[in-house]
Design a binder for this molecule. Structure first.
Ligand code: F6P
Length: 406
């Protein structure tokens, strides 16, 4: 007897800009590699398809706007019907990518999707900075093109507030996993039956997912020439040439996101790349990627440090990883903020095929150690050249680490 193909509905739950669509896309892309047929059913797509007028204004999401509520119910019903039809044909996983925050909406899903189990994936992210950055990204979408950026931001935040207002706790969801989408951490899991594909999906949810990360160090800086620590020097002529070489090397590679630190040397390294990709690349300068703060030793050369602060020089040599510069940082204390920068970069770049981080010697060592297992005491000695970059791939099915010249 032919076995019935296992099938599953996944219903996303969460406020707008919580990373739901990225999670949905990640599940689809990954499972399709094994020929599992996954469809994403997004209420927003249905809305744009069946309502020709612009629906970006916040009033469309006002729970007291009866006409809009009825329209949105209709959109949800169309989307649910399409998801159901997909599984009734040869689809295997149908992902309902919508807010689904009210109990009433989840009841509707349960009433209409009775033929296969429903897994609710609730996406939360309480980080105010990330939320602000995600809103800024959303308001760049074509549906906000009629409004100026500030008006679009206010309107989108109002939309989020409307959803917050109707958000019921998800205790009604029998099969639920709650995910912190910034940290890829499962916050709650309530699974009472054996759900098909769930083991793989859960692993995916907790994995950092980097399709292609190009990790670059800034080119030669004026301080590098003198072997000085810290400061905020710009690039030398050689460094600027390295920046151009980097930009030429990546001609033909789409780089929708480039992340740098806030320091001149990384900003100058990114300049030619951004110049050649005007309007095609989003650049974020993160303090999380600033070089190790060497506190009392800022601006010193290594030999000046040895002469002026032999105590510190000896302590650092004895245990470089745990050594903390007075008034500054050490590898051990900078780890958390650098890792947070990586999480932010991954989150903001969504499901992008390629991203680039332009960092510094100590910062890039920490980033590498996040992807590759290195003993803590070895991290401060990882070689971080200025004319090569690390190409890193880290997905469920592929881990790649390659040092390449540009
Ligand atoms: O020398 C360049 C630099 O980026 C300094 O600003 C920083 O203090 C140092 O590298 C970090 O590397 P290390 O820990 O090996 O001194």
């Amino acid at each position: 007897m032919a076995r019935r193909t296992p099938k599953l509905y996944i219903a996303m739950v969460g406020l707008p800009a919580m990373g739901k669509s990225t999670v949905a896309a990640k599940i689809k892309e990954n499972l399709e590699k094994d020929d599992i047929r996954v469809g994403i059913f997004n209420n927003g797509d249905v809305r744009r398809r069946i309502i020709p007028q612009n629906t970006s204004q916040a009033s469309f999401y006002d729970p007291d706007n009866a006409e809009a509520v009825a329209l949105r119910e209709h959109i949800a019903a169309v989307n649910i019907a399409e998801a159901k039809a997909f599984l009734s044909a040869d689809g295997e996983i149908a992902i309902l990518d919508a807010a689904n925050v009210s109990r009433k909406r989840r009841d509707t899903l349960r009433q209409r999707l009775t033929n296969y189990p429903i897994l609710f994936v609730e996406c939360v992210n309480d980080d105010p900075e990330l939320l602000a950055l995600s809103v800024a990204r959303k308001t760049k979408l074509p549906e906000f093109s009629q409004q100026d950026p500030e008006a679009a931001r206010v309107s989108f935040e109002q939309r989020i507030d409307y959803y917050r207002y109707i958000y019921d706790p998800t205790d009604d969801a029998r099969e639920l996993v709650r995910l912190d989408t910034l940290n890829n951490r499962i916050l709650a899991e309530r699974i009472s039956v054996a759900l098909p594909y769930y083991g793989r999906i859960r692993d995916l949810l907790v994995s950092d997912w980097i399709k292609n990360l190009f990790l670059v160090r800034h080119g030669e800086s004026a301080y590098n020439l003198e072997n000085r620590m810290g400061g905020d020097a710009g690039l030398t002529e050689k460094g600027r040439n390295q920046a151009w070489a980097l930009s030429r090397h990546f001609i033909g590679t789409p780089l929708p996101y480039i992340f740098t630190s806030t320091r001149r040397r990384t900003l100058e390294m990114a300049e030619p790349l951004l110049e050649m990709r005007k309007g095609q690349t989003t650049h974020h300068a993160f303090k999380e990627f600033d070089e190790i703060d060497v506190g009392a030793c800022d601006g010193m050369t290594y030999s000046e440090m040895e002469q002026q602060r032999p105590d510190l020089f000896a302590a650092r040599a004895a245990n470089k990883y745990d050594f903390v510069y007075p008034g500054g940082e050490g590898y051990t204390t900078m780890a958390a903020r650098v890792y947070r920068g990586v999480k932010k970069a991954i989150y903001l770049s969504g499901n992008s095929e390629y991203i680039m981080i332009i960092g510094h010697q100590a910062v890039n060592r920490m980033i590498l150690s996040d992807f590759l297992f290195r003993r803590a005491e070895d991290v401060p000695y990882i070689f971080i050249p200025q004319d090569k970059y690390f190409h890193i791939v880290s997905t469920q099915t592929k881990k790649l680490f390659e040092l390449r010249k540009f």
